[in-house]
Write a protein that binds this ligand. Structure first.
Ligand code: CU
Length: 656
């Protein structure tokens, strides 16, 4: 079993909103993340009112964003009502709770216990509890001794059940416990042995004890920062400095650059959030994206023996709280980066500061445009953050271009999870035999299994205004001969309006150059075309969980690349609020069952970006970064190339 899994469950909860600059009334905004003081005040109020006890674990403690109308109507200096949203778990009563605290009026506005719901992001609770329950179970002790092992040497890996169980008593929190050895120099899985643990009743419900050959894998070939030798001579430096200063301005959470204006936020669950993304043309600020964020990150594994190995990294491990990883200057980010800290919460409800949590920097981006001898150099603005979730590291970058393009990029790096296998070499024929492969041997006795990563992005598009956006699909195909294409070379693009949620559940399709467009028909450009932004897919992947399988249900959002919903402020997480036990109470599949209208509504689009990861030996013992992403591109928003006015790059002043 994967050693990294233990890390997943033992990560100390650190907490992420950005630290506010010294309080200036003028820059305060309703979308500012909660400050340290606000987090403290929330918990103090809950304690004073005896709503929480020492057994309360905070799964989520962050800003409850004000209603959209309030934000849109906000003017500097207006009174701001601040609210905190809480999702927690009472570790003694073992029940989920949800609440809202009005920090301005110092009162609890709502408080309820959610029977049957199982929050994630509980710090080490599941791990610690599983340890205690399993280690005292006589059946488990007997099974270990039967294998001539000492229970003290055995490590326990609790895995979420993810809907694997046909039925379970309502309210019980379950984990599947797997077992292994973790010695200083080697590691092993204990195949055939598994326990289903009821954390609520604190019992081992069953033990599965089947024969299996234990294989040991040496740590010799594993990633170990201590053993990395820098054998190459250090490279002569490339200096990336901006002696005349940056071209962007930061004011509180507001960033301005090359016509772009947006606010930086942070969600304890989904990490970096961009708010109110707009483009300034003269004195007119044109809205594009009201709110853009990740909504879930789902990682299913393809090894049939590892039926429990699937993760929901946002809902379970808090990308903006316990998984938020500080950026390392000069390595994660270039020399000219501005680094911001973030404030978030720990599972104990205390505020935590993540240093260097978000980087903002300009970078050279090659040629912007060119014809003949006339050309311009492109500059981009990158907003970067990283998350470490167990064995994996993810980058999330929002990249602003000078031509109105917003690029969303994810970076995948870190360590591949691995399992111990008997073989120490692969034969050359294994690549030509047609034998299906569910993983790759990456070191003697070490196999990295096939898996996938599905990022769901929630994009609340407000193209030139909040309401009456419409979603179209564009497909390109050959024109039939009979339709005026007698020579057979003609092709045409067709736009299709989606009127309902179900019509808008779509897949990428390279042969028809499929893309989607969010159109505001009430705003026209100089040529009479409606203002629009298109979502341009790049690479993508489809999930392999068979229809009807337990995993296809819990990972339903990955079944479509595109979803669309009418804006609802509380519909934030594609896989649902409660992903831990695979029985979400909400999420895209459930909301869209109502098949609501999305025609000329305040449309929210959801894009599933998938990566099918078939391990390569060159990704061992640590993966070089793999990038994936998509673009939001203006398509009628402007009346010509908006980057036409970018000036030619001149030599720096001192070189003249
Ligand atoms: Cu991967």
């Amino acid at each position: 079993m994967a050693r990294a899994t233990a890390i997943l469950f033992t990560i100390l909860a650190v907490g992420a909103a950005f630290a506010q600059e010294p309080a200036k009334v003028s820059t305060a905004h309703p979308l500012d993340p909660l400050s340290q003081d606000e987090i403290r005040a929330t918990v103090k109020l809950l304690k004073d009112e005896k709503r929480i006890t020492g057994h309360t674990i905070f799964s989520y403690l962050g800003l409850l964003e004000p209603p959209k109308e309030t934000v849109l109507a906000f003017k500097r200096g207006d009174t701001i009502i601040r609210r905190a949203k809480i999702v927690g778990y009472d570790g003694r009563e073992r029940i989920a709770l949800e609440g809202v605290v009005n920090l301005t009026e110092k009162k609890v506005e709502s408080w309820q216990f959610i029977k049957g719901a199982q929050p994630g992001n509980l710090g080490g609770l599941d791990f610690k509890l599983t340890e205690r329950i399993v280690r005292t179970d006589p059946r488990w002790i007997a099974a270990i001794k039967k294998r001539k092992l000492d229970p003290v040497d055995v490590v326990i890996y609790p895995m979420p059940v993810r809907g694997y169980l046909d039925r379970k008593p309502e309210g019980s929190r379950y984990v599947l416990a797997m077992f292994g050895l973790d010695e200083p120099d080697e590691s092993a899985d204990i195949p055939g042995l598994m326990a289903l643990v009821d954390l609520t009743k604190r019992t081992v419900e069953w033990i599965r004890d089947e024969p299996g050959l234990m294989t040991r894998a040496s740590y010799e070939h594993m990633f170990d920062p201590e053993k990395i030798e820098a054998k190459r001579p250090a490279l002569k430096p490339i200096r990336i400095t901006q002696p005349e200063g940056t071209n962007f301005e930061i004011e509180g959470q507001l960033v301005r650059w090359q016509g772009w204006e947006f606010r930086i936020g942070n969600d304890p669950r989904t990490g970096l959030v961009l708010h109110s993304v707009a483009y300034r043309a003269g004195d007119k600020l044109r809205s594009i994206l009201y709110r853009g964020s990740l909504s879930e990150l789902y990682v299913p594994y393809g090894d049939p023996d590892w039926f429990m190995m699937h993760w929901f990294d946002a809902g379970e491990f808090g990308l903006g709280s316990q998984s938020h990883s500080p950026l390392k200057p000069l390595n994660d980010v270039p020399e000219n980066a501005t680094l911001l800290q973030a404030v978030t919460h720990g599972s104990d409800g205390r505020p935590r500061t993540v240093p260097n949590a978000i980087a903002i920097y300009e970078r050279d981006a090659g040629i912007l445009w060119r014809h003949g001898g006339e050309s311009r150099r492109a500059r981009q603005l990158v907003v970067q953050s990283m998350f470490t979730v167990g064995n994996y590291d993810y980058g999330l970058n929002w990249i602003f271009h000078q031509d109105g393009v917003i690029e969303v990029e994810v970076e995948l790096t870190g360590l591949m999870i691995w399992k111990a296998v008997p073989r120490i070499k692969d034969s050359a024929s294994s690549h030509v035999s047609g034998r299906p492969s569910t993983g790759l041997l990456v070191a003697p006795n070490v196999e990295a299994p096939n898996h996938q990563h599905f990022f769901s992005f929630r994009l609340d598009m407000d193209v030139d205004g909040q309401v009456k956006n419409a979603l179209y699909e564009m497909n390109t195909a050959a024109i039939p001969n009979k339709d005026g294409n007698p020579l057979g070379h003609g092709f045409a693009m067709t736009e299709t309006l989606f009127k309902t949620e179900k019509q808008a559940q779509r897949q990428v399709n390279a042969p028809t150059a499929r893309s989607w467009k969010i159109v505001n028909p009430s705003v026209l450009n100089e040529l009479g075309q409606p203002s629009a932004y298109m979502l341009m897919p790049m690479g993508n992947a489809a999930p392999y969980a068979l229809p009807g399988s337990y995993l296809a249900g819990v990972g339903a959002f990955a079944n479509h690349h595109l979803w669309a919903t009418p804006y609802r402020p509380n519909e934030l997480y594609a896989a649902g609020t409660y992903v831990f036990d695979g029985e979400p109470t909400d999420g895209l599949a459930k909301w869209t069952a109502a098949n609501r209208s999305i025609e000329f509504e305040d449309v929210v689009i959801w894009y599933t970006l998938g990566v099918t990861h078939l391990p390569r030996i060159e990704e061992w013992p640590v993966m070089t970064v793999h990038k994936a992403g998509f673009k939001l591109m203006p398509a009628g928003f402007f009346s010509r190339n908006p980057a036409l006015d970018v000036p030619e790059t001149e030599p720096p002043m001192k070189d003249k």
